[in-house]
Design a protein. Sequence first.
Length: 69
Amino acid sequence: MEMKVTFDKQADAVYIYFKEILEGEVTHTISLNDTVNIDFDETGKTLGIEVLDATKNLPLEVIKQAIVI
């Protein structure tokens, strides 16, 4: 799977997937600040990045290209 970007309008959140994430695969999450969270698997591999308040924190072009969920 190529990198995938989704946008949840209701949550105003963008998620950047580096791979397809299986249920239970995320074993820990690090919050960099109030808006950026990084998900990891049990080996420490980065699975994805979540950006909250996406319309305020990301360029509009990124959001326009995302898959709306």
